[in-house]
Design a protein around this ligand. Structure first.
Ligand code: 5GP
Ligand code: ZN
Length: 134
C-alpha cells in the first residue's frame, strides 16, 4: 500500500466507500462525482499508479470484472450503454494516481461527454506510428 494514496486506503477498507463488489484483489465503488447514475470505479487493492505499472494478470482480471459489473449496472439501471474509461497521466485526465477503471452507464439522450472531435490520419502520422510496431 502506498502512503498518501486515497484509492489504496479505499481499496483496502481504511476509508469507507459505497462498495458494489469486493474480492481479494479488487474493490469496486461508486464514484463520488458521478458522470451519470451508476458511475462506478474498479480499484485493484495493490497499488499501481497507472496502466503501465499494472501487472498483466491484474489487467486481465480487471477487464473480466469490468465486463461482469457493466452487465449488472446496465441491466439493473436499465442503461442503454456503458462507457469504460481509464485515464493514464495528467495529460489524459487522470487525477487520482492509483489505477482505476471507470464504468459509466449511459442513457439515451444524456449529456455525458466522453467524446472527441475526429481529426485526420495523415500519411506522415501513419508512417511515424506504423514504424513503432515493426
Ligand atoms: P480520474 O480523473 O483519475 O480518472 O478519476 C478519478 C475519479 O475518482 C473521479 O471520477 C472522482 O470523482 C473520483 N473520486 C475522487 N476521490 C474520490 C473518493 O474519495 N471517493 C470516491 N468514491 N470517488 C472519488
Ligand atoms: Zn494506491
Amino acid at each position: 500500500m502506498e502512503t498518501n494514496c486515497i484509492f489504496c486506503k479505499i481499496a483496502n477498507g481504511e476509508i469507507p466507500a459505497a462498495t458494489i463488489y469486493e474480492d481479494e484483489e479488487f474493490r469496486a465503488i461508486l464514484d463520488l462525482g458521478p458522470a451519470s447514475k451508476g458511475h462506478a470505479l474498479i480499484l485493484p487493492k495493490q497499488h499501481a499508479a497507472n496502466l503501465f505499472e499494472l501487472p498483466d494478470e491484474t489487467a486481465g482480471k480487471a477487464m473480466i470484472l469490468a465486463k461482469k459489473l457493466a452487465g449488472q449496472l446496465k441491466d439493473g439501471l436499465q442503461a442503454d450503454g456503458i462507457n469504460l474509461v481509464q485515464n493514464n497521466g495528467e495529460a489524459a485526465g487522470q487525477t487520482v494516481f492509483h489505477f482505476h477503471m471507470h464504468l459509466i452507464p449511459r442513457y439515451s439522450g444524456d449529456t455525458v461527454n466522453v467524446t472527441w472531435k475526429p481529426g485526420t490520419l495523415t500519411e506522415q502520422d501513419k508512417k511515424d506510428i506504423m514504424k513503432i510496431f515493426k
